[in-house]
Design a protein around this ligand. Structure first.
Ligand code: GTP
Ligand code: MG
Ligand code: ZN
Ligand code: ZN
Length: 407
């Protein structure tokens, strides 16, 4: 009776959840609560203090109410010390406050991986900015920070510095120098499903984890990020053509080329290490292939624009419909396979075909132009193209947005 089961399923389903901040898994009943330190009806009040676990796991030293356990399946609980009712639910592992709808709506973890200087941080910033603005309107969707920390951090450290101050990001710090911690950005993505009747929006929590390229240069450093990668629902894998020997020489003159040396890597190197790590996680395999959808993103296409053939799908904007366009995406995928052949990237295609069940190639440019210097974006400003394609594909693979066409 699958239909009946579906209808009677409680909103708080008993499948394990994954914290959008620390990527640890736990059953819903283990969710803890934090006292709100307000005066309760009985006149008692808890004192706010630094939370040792929160500090150790996230670096957050704010003074907060005590954490206590209660029925994690509920959305509120009464503090045993002061009898005040709280709505603050916290992760049992890292003690981060969970977003309001956590456990009630889908929670998707998206990992951004790629070699050092491949453009992950720039891409993530431009992607999120575009989804918040232009693309969101196209998809009839909205993307909002799910917590205060993400809100201020994304605005100040990412969006304002890139868009208003035109500063390129500095290299992302290795998880190794931060006791294995990373600091994901967490958003609430809400989309209205188009249909004969306008439906209520569907909400999804999205957690973006931007890896440090430095952490992917050796198997040991990849292991530092295993939890984040192995628990991700979707992967945005950036393979920088400027780090492929065959493409480097065909880039436009004056293109700023990524460095070479021990901290840098080839695109195949990163792909191989990540693939080995994912293959070592039996839970991720489906008939021997890695089942996590991987959007293989070739960034910095502005450097190769002069080389694209006339009529290439990479020279035009994607169709403007509200859903993921399958036909257009397959055109881009085929076009990228051709480019990979020219770029000596055949090995990349083999690794993907032999190890992954769900993957697709994308060509994007986050900046749209060669930066003026190591620290500054071009005078012409940021003119991205096709940045949202990989994201919309991932969301369609994960069921968070609809698709147009078959394939
Ligand atoms: N031409 C061009 N260059 C880009 C683009 N995006 C990024 N870059 C260049 O790539 C450099 C590195 O970008 P980041 O986003 O910091 O790279 P990252 O992958 O986050 O690097 P790590 O944090 O060290 O792993 C930038 O400083 C730019 O010079 C793009 O769309 N076009
Ligand atoms: Mg970075
Ligand atoms: Zn956590
Ligand atoms: Zn209390």
């Amino acid at each position: 009776m699958p239909l009946l089961r579906k209808l009677t399923r409680t909103p708080l389903a008993p499948k394990p959840l994954t914290c959008p901040y620390c990527y640890e898994r736990f059953p819903i009943r283990d969710i803890l609560f934090r006292c709100n330190t307000r005066m309760s009806r009985t006149g008692r009040r808890c004192v706010a203090k630094t939370d040792g676990i929160l500090e150790e796991r996230t670096g957050n030293r704010r003074e907060l109410g005590p954490v206590f356990s209660a029925d994690g399946r509920k959305t509120t609980a009464v503090c045993p010390d002061c009898a005040s009712e709280t709505r603050y639910r916290v992760c049992p592992v890292c003690h981060s406050q969970l977003p309001t709808q956590f456990g009630l709506v889908d929670n998707l973890l998206i990992a951004m991986v790629g070699s050092k200087d491949s453009g992950k941080t720039v891409y993530m910033t431009v992607l999120l900015h575009e989804v918040m603005n232009r693309i969101g309107a196209r998809l009839d969707a909205s993307l909002l920070a799910a917590d205060e920390h993400t809100l201020s951090r994304f605005r100040l450290n990412y969006e304002e510095s890139l868009y208003a101050e035109r500063r390129l990001p500095t290299t992302t710090t290795s998880a190794g120098t931060r006791d294995g911690r990373v600091d994901p950005l967490v958003f609430r993505f809400s989309v209205r499903r188009n249909g004969p009747i306008r439906q209520a929006p569907v909400h999804t929590l999205l957690s973006f984890f931007d890896a440090a390229g430095e952490d992917l240069v050796s198997q040991e450093s990849v292991d530092l990020n295993t939890r984040y990668l192995a628990n991700a629902d979707g992967v945005l894998l950036l393979l920088d053509p400027l780090q492929m020997p065959g493409a480097r020489q065909s880039a436009a003159p004056d293109t700023r080329l990524p460095g070479v040396g021990a901290r840098y890597d080839t695109s195949v190197g990163v792909l191989t290490r990540i693939t080995d790590m994912l293959l070592s996680q039996p839970g991720l395999l489906n008939r021997g292939l890695i089942d996590v959808p991987v959007a293989v993103v070739f960034p910095k296409l502005d450097a190769f624009r002069h080389r694209l053939r006339r009529g290439s799908p990479l020279t035009v904007e994607p169709p403007a419909g509200p859903r993921f366009d399958v036909a257009d995406s397959l055109d881009v995928h085929t076009e990228m396979m051709g480019l990979l052949r020219d770029w000596d990237g055949v090995q990349i295609d083999q690794v993907m075909a032999n190890n992954y069940r769900r993957y697709r190639y994308f060509g994007v440019s986050a900046l749209g132009a060669n930066p003026t210097s190591d620290a500054e974006v071009a005078q012409t400003g940021i003119q991205p193209y096709r940045v949202a394609d990989p994201f919309v594909w991932l969301l369609s693979e994960l069921g968070a947005v609809g698709r147009e066409g078959r394939g």
